[in-house]
Design a protein around this ligand. Structure first.
Ligand code: FES
Length: 156
């Protein structure tokens, strides 16, 4: 698979800022995922070719980190923080509410492909727990009502 010129330029830019191809791998995977929504086997192979790394090494990194999707993810990705401060403030209930509302289990995508639900480590918003990240937007001081309104705005 050949990446588009714009993506190739971003990758070149990342490579130029890193001392080794290996150290550029995670940021490169990030921009590829941003472009396609997930990391297909073909795109991982292309990354391996560009960075001159073994395809298995690229795949190992992509499958190790939960932030990378090696299967198609939903149009929106909801990350619920499950670390201590959020856990103490009821993150478990928020996650359970999301599972019920979206009719899925954590790690799954809604049938219509609109939302993927994931658990996250600390989102650096402990003082305003519980928190969740929806795509690039942080939502804090969550309540079930607040979650409903956020999710409804995504699937309207
Ligand atoms: S513990 Fe949830 S934001 Fe830090």
């Amino acid at each position: 698979m050949a990446f588009e010129t714009g993506l190739l330029q971003k990758i070149d830019d990342i490579i130029s800022k890193h001392e080794t191809q290996q150290s550029a791998l995670i940021p490169v995977l990030r921009v590829v995922q941003d472009s396609y929504g997930w990391l297909s086997p073909e795109s991982m192979e292309e990354v391996a070719t560009i960075l001159d790394l073994p395809p298995s090494g690229v795949q190992n990194v992509a499958t190790f980190y939960t932030m990378f999707f090696t299967e198609p993810a939903g149009k929106h990705v909801v990350w619920v923080c499950r670390t201590l401060s959020c856990a103490l403030k009821g993150a478990e209930h928020i996650e359970h509410h999301l599972c019920k509302k979206l009719n899925l289990n954590t790690g799954d995508t809604t049938e219509d492909g609109s939302i993927t639900l994931m658990e996250a480590e600390c989102l650096a918003s402990c003082g305003t727990a519980p928190a969740m990240l929806v795509d690039d937007t942080l939502h804090e001081n969550l309540t079930k009502e607040k979650v409903d309104s956020i999710i409804d705005s995504l699937i309207k």
